[in-house]
Design a protein around this ligand. Structure first.
Ligand code: ATP
Ligand code: PRP
Length: 210
């Protein structure tokens, strides 16, 4: 029997994803250590799992280096990899929105050539070009996106909102909703065919422990 490999997202989603694996019986003695080890193995179940940066999880799964991945819907939409999305885990809930200073709302109702700063250029393009047919300029940033309208880099941003406190504390508001976000399970296309039964069992195990 070959090993099945699961890629989990580091950071915000890690704790709940690891707890879910543990509750589903996919445990590993080293799971709770602070070692620098990158990959964990459950010899009995022939399952390996590792933690990777969010944007890399769809890449591991598309290439089959991981059979299964746990990753945010935002990353799935942005990375546009060829994967099966099989389960909504219902945690890591937040929203993808257009936000900015309240007075910038008026610029979204006409075909204004505004600037949009974001960590998610593909999601922003899809929203403005395809859904709204608005020819905006998209400026890619890698963090602290809320800074952009405060310093005049852009009129609005496309970003994640969870509690809303980052927006509030910076005088920004949600101007348009794009889509709800939560953690999802994705599966490699070939693995789903070749290892259907084992993958199905793992996913059922996760479902039962949500
Ligand atoms: N408030 C939030 N802000 C950002 N992501 C959130 C939030 N709440 C839930 N998430 C989900 O958690 C995932 C991982 O977020 P996290 O901030 O850990 O990684 P990241 O955005 O890739 O950070 P970094 O760029 O610092 O590595 C996101 O892709 C998203 O699906
Ligand atoms: O609505 P809130 O609860 O305030 O959460 C939303 C904020 O959290 C995320 O940033 P993160 O902490 O990942 O830092 P970053 O800006 O450097 O990406 C996101 O990009 C928002 O800035």
């Amino acid at each position: 029997m070959r090993y099945l490999t699961i890629a989990l997202t580091k950071g915000r989603l890690a704790k709940k994803a690891l707890a879910l694996l543990e509750a589903s019986g996919i445990t590993c003695d080293e799971m709770h250590t602070d070692s620098r080890k990158l990959i964990f193995v459950n010899e009995e179940l022939k399952i390996k799992f590792f933690l990777a940066k969010a944007t890399d999880v769809p890449t591991y799964v598309e290439y089959g280096a991981a059979d299964i991945g746990v990753v945010g819907k935002d990353t799935i939409l942005e990375e546009r990899k060829n994967l099966y999305e099989v389960l909504d885990l219902g945690f890591g809930k937040c929203s993808m929105v257009v936000a900015g200073p309240p007075e910038m709302g008026a610029l979204l109702t006409h075909n204004n050539a505004i600037r949009v700063a974001t960590k998610y250029p593909n999601i922003a393009k899809d929203h403005f070009y395809n859904k709204k047919n608005q020819k905006v300029e998209i400026i890619k940033l890698n963090g602290s996106i809320e800074l952009a309208p405060l310093v005049g880099l852009s009129e609005v941003i496309v970003d994640i909102v969870e509690t809303g406190s980052t927006l509030r504390e910076n005088g920004l508001v949600v101007l348009e909703q794009i889509c709800p976000i939560s953690a999802r399970v994705v599966v490699n296309r070939v693995s789903l065919k070749m290892e259907q039964e084992r993958i199905h069992r793992i996913i059922e195990g996760m479902k039962e422990n949500l």
